[in-house]
Write a protein that binds this ligand. Sequence first.
Ligand code: ZN
Length: 285
Amino acid sequence: MKKIILLCFSFLILQAKPLISVSIAPQAFFVKKIAANTLNINIILPPNSNEHNFEFKPSTMKDLEKSDIYFTIGLEFEKIFIDKFKQNFPKLQVVNIQKNITLLETDNEHEHLHDHSHKHEHSHEHFDPHTWLDPILVQTMALNIYNALIQKYPQNKNLYKQNLDQFLIELNDLNFQIVSKLKKLKNKEFVVYHPSWTYFARRYNLIQIPVEILGKEPKSKDLQKLIALIKNKNIKIIFVQNGFPENAAKTLAKECNAKIYKIDHLSYDWENELLKTAEALSQNL
Ligand SMILES: [Zn+2]
């Protein structure tokens, strides 16, 4: 009986942990680094989803409503719903995890080719949100997480400060590891289906060539151009991503005699995923 009571009691303690929400799994990894086991984290984007083409489910709303904080990361679905959240969930504090980061404008070179009559309907971001793939920008985001958490849970300030300092060191180390992996690259250009590696490419002096055009698979005319480009640059690897279409990339790989390599820019195993990607680049460019 004692055991059962104890079990119930510990269950209550587990339940009593505050809940916070994030949009994508890498953010959960960052929050966990600082908060350790003091919080429960609700990830809004389900595994293997496309972060630009996602609609909220009622169950997601429930967990969001129970959250103290929601860390946003500049994704389109956040912008669509944020006013509703603020109205309906007065307890929920919305915190922009990208505060103090200058976002790059998305490459809208293709946008000008279209007629502008549908301009207000398309849902592409004007700013590139993928800051989470640059370890140095993640340092700024870690600081933003820390500041929000110590305001909300001042009783944990010492723990959070310790964890923040440790995480900042780890991020520096990770940056150096990636730099050293990429040091001997001959070819700076790489091909990836969804252009989520813009900030990573900028940090490590690489050039990202996207396969996707305005969030869609390329048409055959665009594919022909890409085939010519990839052959010309002698690129031997094409990155594809979980949750995104692979047909165009497969066609390219076949036509150009290149390898397909799967990466996951939305992985919770964020640090290893960056290292794995850097390793794949270093062996194939
Ligand atoms: Zn993306």
